[in-house]
Design a binder for this molecule. Structure first.
Ligand SMILES: [Fe+2]
Ligand SMILES: [Fe+2]
Length: 262
């Protein structure tokens, strides 16, 4: 949005300078949504379950309609969206996933595992962070080999548990993220234990081994680099992701229209 308009909306440059980074992000989001001719209400899961959302809905000046359909702030999706299109127009964490897949390919792993690495954090990038292994696994399950979906589900729990025999240590980054005393919830420990004794353990473990901790600024991996592997191992629905009536089509539609009121 226009910088001058944004400064006016927040009360000038000095008011902006006094804000924290997250306040600035909130102010920008608010200013951008006020510019729209639609009212955008954040879903409950992104707020405190309607405690502030209620106010927005009830107290709103009804000179605008609520957001339904295309959100003009986002790139327009085609009528039959492909996986690659989601990477280009909707997902975050794309460099992370592409660099992980690139590493898996460099390590000579089978294409199925390279694809698993490419998809492993797709939920973090597009839908939701909490239990991202489970959400991500469901999102792709109708379109990939069962083993890939399984591995995506369990990589989340396995990330917390070292396996020195195969060269996987507890991520140093997790000490920074969660503190030295962090202990995963019991359901995570149980999932990791279950996965460890499963025939597909090493597939999920390979995701964690190739899950890069830090970005290499000298490497840029692009989603297009994996077009061939996606073509061979991801069953792209003809109607487009979100419109194929699969049990997970609604998840893809949520990413297409993330701000719809209903
Ligand atoms: Fe992950
Ligand atoms: Fe990751």
């Amino acid at each position: 949005m226009d910088r001058r308009k944004f400064l006016a909306a927040v009360g000038g440059a000095s008011a902006l300078a006094a804000m924290s980074a997250s306040e600035k992000a909130d102010a920008l989001e608010l200013a951008m949504s006020e510019e729209l001719d639609k009212i955008v209400v954040k879903p409950g899961i992104c707020t405190t379950y309607g405690r502030e959302g209620e106010e927005i809905v009830k107290g709103v000046k009804r000179d605008k309609y609520f957001m339904m359909g295309e959100d003009p702030r986002l790139p327009k999706m085609s009528e039959k969206p492909t996986l690659i299109e989601f990477y280009k127009k909707r997902l975050g964490s794309v460099q992370h996933m592409c660099q992980s897949a690139r590493l898996a390919r460099k390590n000579g792993l089978p294409e199925k595992i390279v694809l698993a690495c490419l998809l492993h954090d797709i939920s973090v990038g597009g839908l939701i962070r909490m239990d991202h292994g489970y959400w991500g696994s469901q999102m792709v399950a109708p379109y990939v080999d069962e083993e890939i979906a399984w591995a995506i589900k369990y990589h989340q729990a396995l990330r917390f548990y070292p396996d020195e025999e195969v060269g996987y240590e507890y991520p140093e980054a997790y000490i920074r993220y969660f503190g030295p005393d962090f202990k995963p919830e019991p359901y995570v420990a149980e999932a990791a234990e279950y996965a460890r004794n499963h025939k597909w353990y090493m597939t999920a473990r390979q995701i964690t081994i190739n899950d890069i901790y830090s970005f290499d600024p000298n490497v840029t991996a692009e989603i297009d680099d994996f077009e061939d592997i996606i073509g061979r191992h991801f069953k792209q629905p003809e109607e487009g992701l979100g419109f194929d009536n699969s049990p997970v089509a609604h998840m893809w539609r949520t990413m297409i229209y993330p701000n719809n009121f209903l």
